[in-house]
Design a protein around this ligand. Structure first.
Ligand code: FES
Length: 107
C-alpha cells in the first residue's frame, strides 16, 4: 500500500459532489463526498478515459460518467452500468482532523 497523501480539506468538499485532485506522481483521483463519507477512484473512465470528476455523483453511491453514461460504484470502482466493462482503480481514504488523505491500495 502506498503512503497517504494529503489531498483536500473535508469541509471544502461539497456534499453530493465530485472533485478532482492530483497525487504527487501525477495520478488524478476523483473524490466523492456523500454525507460524512468520502471515497476515491481514479479520475479516468475505463471506457474512453473521460474524467469521472466531470460526471455526476448519484445518491445510490455510484459515479456516472459524463460522456457515455457508464456507472461505477464509489466504494470499490466496480462497473454498475456499461458501456464500460472494466472497473476503475479504487483508493483508500482517510479523514483525520478535517484533512482528507488518499492512499493507493496497490503498489
Ligand atoms: S468515457 Fe466514460 S462511458 Fe464512455
Amino acid at each position: 500500500m502506498g503512503a497517504p497523501e494529503r489531498v483536500a480539506v473535508f469541509d471544502e468538499l461539497a456534499d453530493g459532489m465530485l472533485r478532482s485532485v492530483t497525487l504527487s506522481d501525477g495520478t488524478t483521483v476523483c473524490l466523492a463526498r456523500l454525507g460524512e463519507q468520502v471515497t476515491a477512484v481514479r479520475d479516468q473512465c475505463s471506457h474512453a478515459d473521460f474524467p469521472l470528476s466531470q460526471g455526476y455523483l448519484n445518491p445510490d453511491g455510484t459515479i456516472e460518467c459524463g460522456w457515455h453514461g457508464a456507472q461505477f460504484r464509489c466504494a470499490d470502482g466496480a462497473v454498475c452500468r456499461g458501456p464500460a466493462t472494466d472497473p476503475v482503480e479504487c483508493f483508500d481514504v482517510l479523514v483525520d482532523a478535517g484533512v482528507v488523505y488518499v492512499r493507493r491500495l496497490i503498489a
